[in-house]
Design a protein around this ligand. Structure first.
Ligand code: ATP
Ligand code: MG
Length: 368
């Protein structure tokens, strides 16, 4: 892995083997920045949602002209050289084996799942964040889901703008709504499919270190599909709901019509028979890990390639038995997990099966 002018790193060159990576060091040392750099190797705005325009290294003379993240990876297509970067605050560019490539191709090559401390209150926080987290799990298994979701949001924004202006041509709205319905049903179907696999993977591991969870998706289109409506009929129904909702959506200035943008991920702690949002901080963290690890196992099974796991501060809030469980479960997935923590001792349960790096003021040194 090589970084150029990314966040606090002017230049970094890391040689790694495929085992998990433990990064330890003081606050502000540069641990999360490393995970964030990796997160740019898949489509999206990275694990801090900063976007390509927000990550160039800054010093007293201002931001660097260009930043880049480069990695050589073992993927399902064999060894691949991936490069991502941006120049002059512009759009990000992607290269695969030195050739310009669309971002979507990266998602297919590098399944990735990340967790950040910002997600610690995911189950008690806003609905949209939960859905985003779940959608990311779906993307890792099904990159086409990301494309459908992006397309859906684009058309939804266009329709809403027309309704806001209040003088849209109904034929034009019909066309947009039928496009929305097409992407929306594809999204809902991908989510349901992922949910079934995920729940199956969770149920298959009752003895795991993390609590069992019961998951459901509460969404209008998801419900239609789960009730057995075929995709065509579900599209017609959703398009009709959008047509009926025009006046209301226009008056509200947002898309109140129930569609995949308003779906709720419902999670329950099975043993406690409690909504995830009512669980303690540590219990919620454990439930999030349940989901992420189950998805990692599902992906390894599905594509034969374990995803990269970027677990920022995953050990914070976990007691010693859960930290041991985390090490066990990560090692069982065969993933190259990247873990951060302020102290090396947090990673003791990995024993010799992790590569340690000490991070100190943007210097990263391998340690025995
Ligand atoms: N664009 C940038 N240019 C230069 N430095 C930056 C930039 N963005 C962030 N930094 C700095 O990078 C440093 C490391 O941040 P990072 O979040 O990686 O630390 P960390 O090791 O994860 O710390 P913590 O344990 O507190 O989470 C911070 O001091 C931050 O101010
Ligand atoms: Mg950090």
């Amino acid at each position: 892995m090589r970084l150029t002018d990314f966040r606090c790193y002017a230049a970094l060159d890391l040689e790694l083997d495929p085992t998990p990576v433990a990064l330890y060091g003081a606050n502000g040392a540069g641990k999360t920045n490393l995970l964030e750099a990796l997160s740019f190797l898949v489509p999206g705005r990275g694990l801090r949602s900063a976007g390509a325009e927000g990550v160039a290294r800054k010093d007293a003379s201002g931001p660097a002209e260009a930043w880049a993240v480069f990695a050589e990876m073992e993927t399902r297509d064999g060894e691949v050289r991936l490069g991502v970067g941006a120049r002059n605050g512009g759009r990000r560019e992607t290269r695969i084996d030195g050739e310009p490539a669309p971002q979507g191709e990266l998602a297919r090559l590098v399944p990735m799942i990340w967790l950040t401390p910002a997600q610690d209150r995911l189950f008690a926080g806003p609905r949209a964040d939960r859905l985003k987290f779940f959608d990311r799990l779906v993307y890792a298994a099904d990159p086409a889901h990301a494309e459908a979701a992006t397309a859906y949001d684009k058309v939804r924004t266009r329709r809403q703008r027309l309704l806001d202006e209040g003088q849209a041509d109904p034929a034009w709205l019909n066309a947009l709504e039928s496009e929305m319905a097409g992407h929306g049903v594809a999204m809902a179907a991908a989510r349901l499919d992922a949910l079934i696999r995920l729940q199956g993977e969770i149920d298959a591991r009752p003895e795991g270190a993390f609590p069992q969870a019961d998951l459901a998706l509460d969404g209008a289109v998801e419900a239609d599909l789960a009730d057995g409506l075929d995709a065509g009929a579900a599209e017609d129904r959703f398009a009709a709901a959008l047509r009926d909702g025009r006046r209301r959506d226009g008056a509200a200035g947002r898309t109140l019509t129930r569609g995949p943008h308003r779906t709720e991920l419902v999670a329950r702690h099975r043993d406690k028979d409690q909504a995830a949002g009512d669980c303690s901080t540590g219990e919620q963290k454990a439930l999030i890990l349940t989901l992420a690890l189950a998805q990692a196992r599902a992906l390894a099974r599905q594509g034969g390639v374990a995803p990269l796991l970027l677990f920022d501060e995953a050990c914070a809030h976990l007691d010693a038995p859960r930290r041991e469980g985390l090490a066990r479960e990560i090692l069982a997935t065969g993933s190259q997990a990247w873990l951060t923590g302020v102290e090396r001792i947090l990673f003791e349960p990995f024993a010799e099966r992790v590569q340690y790096f000490e991070v100190d003021a943007a210097r990263v040194e391998r340690s025995a």
